[in-house]
Design a protein around this ligand. Sequence first.
Ligand code: ADP
Ligand code: MG
Length: 222
Amino acid sequence: MIRIEAVEFSYPQGEFSLSIPQMSVAQGEKVAVIGPSGSGKTTLLNLVAGIITPQRGKVSVADMEVSSSSDAKRRDFRISNIGFVFQDFGLLDYLNVLDNILHPYRITRALNLTREVQQRAIDLADGLGIGDRLKHHAGELSQGEQQRAAICRALLPQPGLILADEATGNLDPRNKGKILDLLFDSVDSSEATLLAVTHDHDLLSRFDRVIDFLDYRNEGAS
Ligand code: ADP
Ligand code: MG
């Protein structure tokens, strides 16, 4: 599902650089990504999603070589095939929660907003305990509620790949378990792949495998 080969990435500004000789994640695998703050976990997710592209090497997702595709192609591919739960949620404050969850359907023709999809959005929100928040503006929600809204938005298109950046980070233990159950159920039922950054070491046993970012530290970097 994900193939990374000889990737070298650095930001135009700053010293940070990331080298990943080889990494692959099979279809249907649930992989946790761990590592200290600043080690490049979010950068990896952004490379996989094609939000950024590497200076060298290849990143492929399914049959799409993201690292060599145009901005427009990567964007369309991402919206319809990848559910991304951003570390900072990325909700639009001026939209209500339901409109945030439906937003991907309104910005690409690749997704078709039907009644069934709308109902599924409401059911997902109910399942995550934010069913009574759908008409509130995103900015009025607590951190934990915003996070759950971001998860609903990512899961709604039933993407083949789910990228979750510390998706349980702002939640109390009970909601943490619930969110992970929902993520895992959703991944299992659609045979999707999950790549999830987490700091919760007690959750790691639920994943098939763990990628530790300490392994990719760029030894040459100062
Ligand atoms: P993590 O998610 O593991 O905490 P990140 O991938 O967010 O780490 O960041 C890795 C490093 O890259 C950090 O040192 C961070 O400051 C730097 N960085 C992140 N985004 C940018 C950017 N847009 N421009 C320059 N440096 C960045
Ligand atoms: Mg991060």
